[in-house]
Ligand binder design. Structure first.
Ligand SMILES: *[C@@H]1O[C@H](CO)[C@@H](O)[C@H](O)[C@H]1NC(C)=O
Ligand SMILES: *[C@@H]1O[C@H](CO)[C@@H](O)[C@H](O)[C@H]1NC(C)=O
Ligand SMILES: *[C@@H]1O[C@H](CO)[C@@H](O)[C@H](O)[C@H]1NC(C)=O
Length: 457
């Protein structure tokens, strides 16, 4: 039996501020982003009420996905429909440490794979021969949120770094080989917009090897599928930013400031996960905020909720997920990976003391500070994730991308992406104020996450 410690992440004042600003940026993004990320047209700019004049240097963009929702969600006793969610949690009290009822016995450790070399410990090496692995403009599935050159980024050095582990060499990326590994299989990325970036990276890495009439993309939110016919393979993205069932499961219509989760319910999602052969999960930024997350335990009494801080709520969700992995995942057929938290670069003083910017105009990785770790990557969250994953033995492999991505302050879109907000003249005069230092340009850092995935498959 696990004890629920009520120990909270003791965020420093600084960290709290960071969180509040982060949340605010989401709070203020009530718009619905529906650009044509896949397929060139149906872009639609939205009018968002950007009332952020009081906020210091912070972007107002959202972590929403860019696909239109399907209206096919069926309401039943187990799955709440959109209307239920809007009525939920009229009365709330403090989270009392209740544990997920679906918590299953853990998978016995089949023994963790002994790595002779830690692929995640290493350094970035400038190498414009091997990287980038594809051309931004040459990928028809590129997202406007991540296409930095297209949106005016003048430098391209950020595309030309390769990851060099300390103890060994990575197997070089080979798209044909990757497609062979995927033959007859479904590779499914599951998570939020960071995971979606990794999925787009994988699609861009592979798509040029497939003739135009043998590939297709079907956006059918929350599941979007890229198919490679000749290989009978697919590379898919399933939107589930909080892993368990939540009021944010619609990729477009959700309110970050009113997150409600059902801590012990994920069968709606898992019914899709069960069809995949290789699963790549992530979840982190959606739990980070200054406000509490509401917990709805009983679908028959949707009025009564509890409120928990992000770390407690994420722990509950991951326990439920771990229970599913341990009891329902078919380890003979399925493999799973968990991508650790993607770092943000919101405060340049963390790598350059005395400065007051963020990732805007950063052109180089951090190369002289081995082990550099910014305040955006919460150590308590990492510990919790690690404990949860260790309980699953070798059923889930860790893609521990946090440290290597910490070095890449140069890798974010900053102001060079499509924004759906309208910025005030004041914001426009200070570009850093709306820079996106959370997502990653493509080609770029997520390609390397996929090279690591390729090495582990
Ligand atoms: C890439 O992989 C394919 C299939 O596994 C193999 O035939 C080919 O030689 C590899 N290419 C390189 C450059 O290693
Ligand atoms: C294609 O792959 C699916 C699994 O993704 C499998 O069920 C099906 O039998 C495969 N079809 C062929 C023709 O190999
Ligand atoms: C990931 O690596 C860091 C060191 O860079 C380590 O502290 C952390 O525990 C690792 N996380 C997991 C989930 O293994």
């Amino acid at each position: 039996m696990k004890k629920w410690s009520r120990k909270k992440a003791q965020l420093s004042f600084f960290l709290s501020l960071f969180s509040i600003f982060t949340l605010s940026s989401f709070l203020l993004s009530t718009h619905k982003a529906t650009n044509g990320q896949v397929g060139p047209t149906h872009e639609k700019s939205s009018s968002s009420t950007s009332s952020s004049s009081k906020l210091p240097s912070f972007p107002t963009f959202s972590l929403t996905t860019n696909f239109s929702p399907s209206s096919s969600q069926k309401a039943n006793n187990l799955v709440l429909n959109a209307l239920d969610w809007t009525k939920a949690c009229s009365s709330t009290r403090e989270y009392n440490g209740q544990q997920s009822s679906t918590l299953q016995q853990r998978g016995d450790s089949i023994g963790r794979r002994e790595e002779t070399c830690d692929l995640f410990s290493g350094r970035w090496v400038y190498d414009d021969v091997s990287h980038p692995l594809y051309d931004e403009a040459g990928c028809p599935y590129m997202s406007d949120q991540l296409a930095c050159t297209k949106h005016g980024r003048p430098d391209t050095e950020y595309q030309k770094w390769r990851w060099q582990p300390h103890g060994c060499d990575l197997k070089r990326w080979n798209g044909t080989d990757m497609l062979e590994k995927l033959r007859g299989k479904r590779l499914m990325f599951v998570g939020d917009s960071l995971d979606r970036g990794q999925w787009i990276s994988m699609v861009c890495l592979l798509q040029s090897l497939i003739p135009a009439d043998k590939k297709s993309m079907s956006p059918n939110a929350p599941l979007t599928i890229f198919r490679a016919e000749e290989y009978n393979a697919s590379v898919e993205f399933y939107w589930a930013p909080l892993i368990v069932e939540s009021n944010s499961d619609d990729p477009v219509n959700h309110r970050f400031d009113h997150r409600i989760i059902r801590p012990d319910a994920l069968l709606k999602h898992a019914s899709e996960w069960e069809k995949a052969d290789i699963l790549v999960f992530n979840s982190y930024l959606w739990w980070r905020s200054g406000t509490k997350i509401k917990l709805l335990w009983n679908a028959e009494d949707i009025a009564s909720c509890q409120e928990a801080d992000g770390l407690d709520a994420m722990k509950l969700a991951l326990e439920t997920w771990a229970g599913w992995v341990a009891s329902r995942m078919n380890t003979l057929k399925q493999r799973a990976f968990f991508v650790t938290m993607s770092p943000t670069h919101l405060w340049s003083r963390e790598w350059n003391p005395g400065s007051e910017g963020n990732c805007f105009q950063e052109k180089l990785p951090i190369v002289d500070k081995e082990g550099y770790w910014g305040s955006g990557s919460d150590v308590d969250t990492m510990r919790m994730v690690r404990n949860t994953l260790e309980g699953l033995g070798s059923k889930v492999l860790v893609l521990n991308i946090t440290q290597l991505s910490e070095y890449r302050k140069d890798g974010h879109p900053s102001i060079y992406r499509k924004f759906w907000e309208t910025f005030s003249p004041q914001q426009l005069s200070k570009p850093a104020s709306y820079a996106d230092c959370i997502h990653w340009c493509l080609p770029g850092v997520p390609d390397v996450w996929n090279e690591l995935l390729f090495n582990l498959l």
